[in-house]
Design a protein around this ligand. Structure first.
Ligand code: SAH
Ligand code: SF4
Ligand code: F3S
Length: 451
């Protein structure tokens, strides 16, 4: 009897969860939903792996190297498991969804695999594997948005937070695994989004980023994305609003006009181009031409003249010729992005490309093309930043600079990082900073007098 009690109390103590997140902002937002679900069910998040009873790895499957990184991490965790005796590991997120039960077979130290639409079942799953059994739930849903769950923030700065406004994607870009790992597109009800923004504002947050794979196609009844943006912007003029990601095919003038109408909607648009070649864009099933894309850039410049523009690009997609690559470089010269996420194409199983195209660009050619894009973008970013010297911006202070305790950093509306001598200001406040110097990645400035 006594032994049973002590066994029970041992088990009941097994409630500490360590969450590790990889991939995009949406995965980070999901980890905060997971944290909330587990918290409501008697589990406690620990920031220390050494204290954990369960390790949850929220994974990304977007490129092969993202998955390899998770595989290596799982190998490393074996050491911890051996040392500890009782430590259960679960794989969540996009890689879990892509590989399903196969992951349990291939990685024998994994006890559970849970896809992005099955997180409500986590408490039950954690409980059911206590006896050593293994579990997989990778059911996708057409309706799940976790709209009733108030995320519990992880590693936040108390200033800036993500709000997930929709899930899934059905654009089926030929290279992309997301429609297979995240399921059909669905929008979350606007009332719950506004409520979340209001609660964050009441807690002292100063910035929210609305997240979805293609936020422009947000729709819930009468409410489209521009209307949603307006509702969130109206929560408080002190609350900055950002969003990611926009698909060029449906970036509307109406959205740009809404952005222009509310001073607290930030002037920064992430508009992934992927390629500058008409032929490659078609093959990628992006559903816009370079002309259409440049027309959208013109609309941004016309309606929001001080807006920064950032992008994603893929080098070496199937059949990409030197001419196609040159078209991408040309696109970069025309748009003059402020920042770009630049990738080498990675063939993903199950995608249209995997079924119908061949990964025919040799690795070294992909790399050389990528490096050319990176070099060009580096020059452009530096030139863009040099044009900022002398301008004054309202900056939301986020914290101490990584380089020096004497300096703080923050962002302007354009999402550019500005570092400045700390003076008398606190993180979480808005200050005016005049730009005095820059690198390709960062602006340097001084607090304007009167702050
Ligand atoms: N929903 C967003 C992108 C999400 S994935 C959008 O449509 O823009 C983030 C970026 O990863 C993509 O924009 C693309 O540039 C890159 N990416 C996606 N699949 C890839 C692949 N198979 N190989 C290399 N890069 C890829
Ligand atoms: Fe992937 Fe395209 Fe959907 Fe973006 S829009 S997530 S690139 S399929
Ligand atoms: Fe990766 Fe999934 Fe995001 S594949 S990029 S974590 S939606």
């Amino acid at each position: 009897m006594q032994r049973e009690t002590s066994k029970k109390s041992m088990e009941s103590k097994r409630n500490k969860v360590y969450i590790e997140t990889y991939g995009c902002q949406m995965n980070f937002a999901d980890s905060e939903i997971i944290n909330a679900i587990l918290g409501k069910n008697g589990y406690v998040r620990t920031p220390e792996l050494a204290d954990a009873d369960y390790v949850l790895i929220n994974t990304c499957a977007i490129r092969d190297n993202a998955e390899q990184r998770i595989r290596r991490r799982l190998k490393d965790l074996r050491v911890e498991q051996r040392r500890r005796g009782w430590l259960k590991i679960g794989v969540l997120g996009c890689m879990a969804e892509r590989l399903k039960r196969q992951l349990i077979e291939e990685e024998d130290n994994v006890s559970f695999v849970v896809g992005p639409d099955a997180y409500r079942r986590l408490p039950e799953i954690l409980h059911s594997i206590e006896n050593g059994s293994k579990q997989a739930d990778t059911e996708l849903s057409t309706t799940e948005t976790y709209s009733d769950i108030e995320p519990v923030r992880i590693d936040g700065n108390g200033i800036s937070a993500y709000i997930s406004i929709m899930r899934g994607c059905q654009n089926y870009c030929a290279y992309c695994v997301v429609p297979y790992t995240r399921g059909r597109e669905r929008s979350r009800d606007p009332e719950s989004i506004v409520r979340e923004a209001r609660n964050l504002c009441d807690e002292g947050y100063k910035e929210v980023t609305l997240l979805g794979q293609n936020v422009n196609s947000y729709r819930f009844g009468e409410v489209g994305f521009p209307q949603l943006m307006a509702k969130v912007a109206e929560v408080s003029p002190q609350l900055r609003v950002r969003f990611a990601t926009s698909h060029p095919k449906d970036l509307s003038d109406e959205l740009l006009e809404t952005m222009a109408a509310y001073p607290n909607i930030c002037h920064c648009i992430h508009l992934p181009v992927q390629s500058g070649s008409e032929r490659i864009l078609k093959l990628m099933n992006r559903r816009y031409t370079p002309e259409w894309y440049l027309n959208r850039i013109d609309a941004i410049r016309r309606i929001l003249p001080d807006c920064s523009i950032t992008t994603d690009v893929i080098a070496g997609f199937c059949t990409e010729t030197e001419e196609d690559h040159q078209a991408t470089l040309e696109m970069f010269r025309k748009v003059r992005y402020d920042y770009a996420y630049m990738f080498m194409f990675s063939m993903r199983p199950d995608t249209y490309a995997a079924h119908h195209l061949s990964d025919d660009i040799p690795e070294d050619m992909k790399r050389r093309r990528l490096e050319e894009i990176i070099a060009l973008q580096g020059e452009i970013a530096l030139e863009n930043n040099q044009k900022e010297i002398g301008k004054e911006y309202e900056v939301l202070v986020e914290g101490e600079s990584h380089r020096s305790k004497q300096q703080l950093f923050g962002r302007n509306s354009q999402n550019k990082v500005i570092v400045f001598d700390r003076g008398d200001v606190q993180p979480g406040t808005y200050v005016k900073v005049k730009v005095t110097d820059c690198t390709a990645a960062t602006l340097k400035g001084v607090l304007s007098s009167g702050c």
